[in-house]
Design a protein around this ligand. Structure first.
Ligand code: HBI
Ligand code: FE
Length: 276
């Protein structure tokens, strides 16, 4: 691996993906994750995710080149992928989303992190997030989310909106005629949580409710204690249409709900799927 100076990120934290720096090991880790998750998700992921994954088909055997993958994605929903060194500041993140640019981390996890790592790597960002960006409704939702994020920052209300991202984009479930299915990137990029989210009796599962989600805290260091289930991506997109200013004002007067708590009168979604 040649040690040349890796250019410092610009104000938008975009860097060169550094494709030539990936060695055979990195591609082998990607290949292992890609094939293992694709097998596991056949009857667990949402149809829209699986359809997007087919669009990503070019990436089955090696870490994809973001520029090439962006050309495929752009033709579908006008999104592009930009390389970033890792988590970027919230305002930078939202500005990218608001401009239909998905910031994808360029490093990949190590063999000993195959089953779980806390921060996003290229597998989480590309395999986890990009397939849903092939879905036109979801692609519009994520741009609307980015625009909402920039507004939330101005209203000092970011934590509320971060919860919406967390419980939909990262850990969302969707109802289908065949039962609950996964569309959240944090779940589909994790072997253990892909099974736990649909089949474990431990987590609660509630119907999507915008204010309930923005009132509910979340944990970043373990499988989720609660999941929210949408009926459709249109439901998500419609939920982001109104101006959130009054919602934030109301939320600031309400207590934070602990993940895993179910309030009186809330109807939990029926027992989890038993995948045949
Ligand atoms: N940066 N690269 C990257 N990827 C993310 O998913 C991300 C981020 N910065 C902030 C962030 N997510 C969340 O905290 C916001 O959704 C609030
Ligand atoms: Fe993510």
């Amino acid at each position: 691996m040649s040690v040349e100076a890796i250019e410092a990120p610009g104000a938008d934290f975009v860097i060169d993906q550094g494709y030539e720096r990936y060695g055979e090991e990195e591609h082998a880790i990607w290949r292992t994750l890609f094939h293992r998750q694709s097998e596991l998700l056949k009857d667990r992921a949402a149809p829209e995710f699986l359809a997007g994954l087919a669009g990503l088909g070019i990436a089955a055997d090696d870490i994809p080149e973001f520029e090439r993958l962006s050309d495929v994605l752009e033709r579908a929903t006008r999104w592009r992928i930009v390389a970033v060194p890792g988590l970027v500041p919230d305002d930078v993140f939202f500005r990218h989303l608001a401009n239909r640019r998905f910031p994808a981390t360029n490093f990949i996890r190590r063999w000993d992190q195959l089953d779980y790592l806390q921060e996003p790597d290229v597998f989480h960002d590309i395999y986890g997030h990009v397939p849903m960006l092939f879905n036109p409704i979801f692609a519009d939702y994520l741009q609307a989310y980015g625009q909402g994020g920039l507004k939330a920052l101005k209203l000092d209300s970011l934590p509320f909106l971060a919860r919406l991202y967390w419980y939909t984009v990262e850990f969302g479930l969707v109802r289908t005629p065949a039962g609950l299915r996964i569309y959240g990137s944090g779940i589909v990029s994790s072997k253990g949580e892909s099974i736990y989210a649909l089949e474990s009796e431990k987590p609660k599962r509630l119907p999507f409710d915008l204010m309930r989600i923005m009132q509910t805290d979340y944990r970043i260091d373990d499988f989720q204690d609660i999941y929210f289930v949408i009926d459709s991506y249109e439901q998500l997109f419609e939920a982001t249409r109104p101006d959130f200013t009054p919602y934030y004002a109301k939320l600031k007067t309400l207590p934070t709900i602990t993940p895993g708590d179910v309030l009186p009168g809330e109807q939990e979604i029926a027992a989890p799927n038993r995948v045949a």
